[in-house]
Design a protein around this ligand. Structure first.
Ligand SMILES: C[S@@+](CC[C@H](N)C(=O)[O-])C[C@H]1O[C@@H](n2cnc3c(N)ncnc32)[C@H](O)[C@@H]1O
Length: 244
């Protein structure tokens, strides 16, 4: 008899088969919060200070690189679109084939992430795909609990707080409260996602066929060009009939 895990996997593959890559509508592919990941075939959107400098004042950016003040950057006028996604998406309704967002959704407070999810739904063509990759809360906190339980299993006099200190510090110093420099968007997380919350966020903003996906396994054929983190990945489809 098939195990429930095998059934889920088969179901997932059937779902993917039902929406093969050839059924992805034509149109622009958006790579939101692109950072240094900027393939030519995608519209790579970012709003870091460096992307602003390199796209709007490229001569100054070039000068600062030449004089050794800055290191060279992947941001440039040709492959980077400077835009603050907190202001929504500057694209018409039903105009985009797919959207990839790698390690971006967690940079918004929940209500803003929800607004952006809704914006993505608006701009996608029917049959278009949203794929969101975020750090997985349960993985992080599971590690914290494992460390805690390991220490608590020891007699009190043998316990050592170092690893718990480090894990806690990672959360407060590196994930959540990294100071913004010169108003840079920076590495500042404002929400903690898990599969339940992320799938719910997509579903309640209209997406269907929402499911967790494996690294590089996607309805988006060339997702490997933009996806570099194997974290929590969830995909959804804008319902309706796909039209090229
Ligand atoms: C952790 S990096 C992810 C880079 C890349 N997508 C990846 O998967 O490695 C997050 C990126 O999102 C960008 N970002 C954060 N908030 C943004 C916003 N409101 N509008 C546009 N870009 C934003 C940051 O500038 C940064 O480049």
């Amino acid at each position: 008899m098939q195990s429930s895990l095998a059934r889920i996997d088969t179901q997932r593959i059937e779902n993917l088969d039902n929406l093969t890559s050839s059924q992805l509508p034509s149109g622009p592919k958006l790579n939101l919060g692109c950072g240094p990941v900027q393939p030519e075939a995608w519209v790579n959107v970012d709003a870091s200070l460096r992307s602003l400098l390199a796209t709007k004042l490229s001569w100054l950016d070039g000068l600062l690189v030449t004089t050794g003040v800055f290191r060279p950057t992947e941001y440039n006028k040709r492959t980077t679109t400077y835009h603050n996604l907190a202001k929504g998406l500057p694209y018409p309704d039903n105009s985009v084939a797919c959207v990839y967002a790698g390690e971006l959704w967690e940079h918004f407070e929940y209500a803003d992430a929800s607004r952006l999810t809704k914006e993505v739904y608006r701009v996608l063509k029917p049959g278009g795909v949203l794929r969101v990759c975020v750090p997985d809360g349960p993985t992080f906190w599971g590690k914290y609990l494992d460390l805690y339980r390991a220490e608590m299993a020891k007699p009190p006099e043998e316990r050592d707080a170092k690893k718990l200190n480090a894990q806690t510090q990672l959360f407060f110093n590196d994930i959540c409260t990294h100071r913004q420099c010169l108003m840079s968007i920076g590495h500042l997380h404002k929400w903690n996602f898990d599969e339940v919350q992320l799938a719910d966020l997509l579903q309640k903003n209209g997406f269907s066929a929402v499911q967790r996906m494996a690294f590089h396994d996607s309805r988006i054929p060339d997702v490997a060009l933009v996806e570099r983190s194997d974290f929590l990945i969830v995909e959804g489809v804008k319902g309706g009939t796909a039209s090229a």
